[in-house]
Ligand binder design. Structure first.
Ligand code: GUN
Length: 289
């Protein structure tokens, strides 16, 4: 057996095209385009790349973007001031503060300060609560939403499937588990303190891995025929060259899985497409559509 490759790039292009068409229908009617504000504090190289890609995709979809770059020494009060301005600005529909933030800033205080109706990351406690309650008004965090859309694309009957989520972050693991539960899956969450992690992973019909450890999951952890979604993006040096690898050892797992996401070109592009989708959702909700 060799796994079907889940082409996140192609799927994200389809989603971006749909968003672009919806945005151009709005502007053709004389309405303002949706607007996303992205705040980047400091010079973390990976964050700079992510933010650049988000802004480029906004432009391609016809979504207006505002980039607020702030110095690495920015105080929490200064950042909260910028968020307050963006909250007040009716022309801004979505606000994203790129994480991680410098050590002097408490990320939860910043997330809590974003107007929940503009929280396109879905990290605000209000949106996390809505997700927990199963409300369709919630902003769903972009990476787990991308994972769900990829699973739906496979046209599996998700009900009753055993989903094992590796990693318990607020950004990926926890919301991914809640989304799977909403799809009537049986859900197990494993993390760094779990016992028998490999045994648990091997029970998964669908394995979602989001831990940030290069190639941690190998073929011994995977049931033959399982679907594997690899959320990790790790930059490693091998044979004197830098390369991006996931949290899954693709070479060993692809031959036994039924479907697998590559890194790069899997979950990553879907995350950005879902951010634009959430921005359009914010625009529609703010305009009572
Ligand atoms: N850093 C890594 N992933 C994300 C994300 O999805 N949103 C934000 N704001 N920062 C991140």
């Amino acid at each position: 057996m060799s796994a079907q490759l889940i082409d996140g790039k192609a799927l994200s292009q389809q989603l971006l095209l749909q968003i672009k068409q919806e945005v151009s229908a709005l502007t053709a009617q004389g309405q303002a385009a949706p607007c996303l504000a992205v705040v980047l504090v400091g010079e973390d190289p990976a964050s700079q790349v992510y933010v650049r890609n988000k802004l480029l995709q906004c432009e391609a979809a016809g979504i207006v973007s505002i980039e607020r770059k702030m110095d690495a020494s920015t105080s929490q009060a200064e950042l909260l001031q910028v968020i307050d301005e963006l909250n007040q600005d009716a022309s801004v529909h979505g606000i994203l503060v790129q994480l991680p933030l410098p050590a002097q800033i408490d990320p939860q205080a910043v997330i809590n300060a974003i107007d929940a109706s503009k929280d396109v990351d879905g990290f605000h406690p209000h949106n996390m609560g809505l997700l927990l309650a199963g409300s369709d008004e919630a902003f769903i965090p972009c990476t787990p939403l991308g994972c769900l859309l990829m699973l739906k694309h496979l046209e599996l009957d998700l009900a009753g499937k055993h989903v094992v989520v590796v990693g318990r972050s607020n950004i990926v693991g926890k919301p991914a588990a809640l989304l799977a539960l909403q799809q009537h899956c049986t859900v197990t969450m494993v993390h760094s303190r779990s016992n028998d992690i490999e045994v648990l992973c091997r029970q998964a019909d669908i394995l979602i891995v989001a831990v940030g450890r290069p190639e941690m999951v190998n073929a011994d952890w995977v049931k033959p025929g399982a679907v594997v979604l690899d959320v990790g993006i790790n930059r490693i040096e091998r044979d004197g060259k830098f390369k991006l690898v996931g949290d899954v050892d693709f070479a060993s797992v692809a031959p036994i899985a039924s479907a697998i996401t590559p890194v790069p070109g899997g979950v990553g592009p879907m995350t950005i497409a879902c951010l634009l989708r959430n921005t359009l959702q914010a625009y529609q909700q703010q305009n009572g559509e």
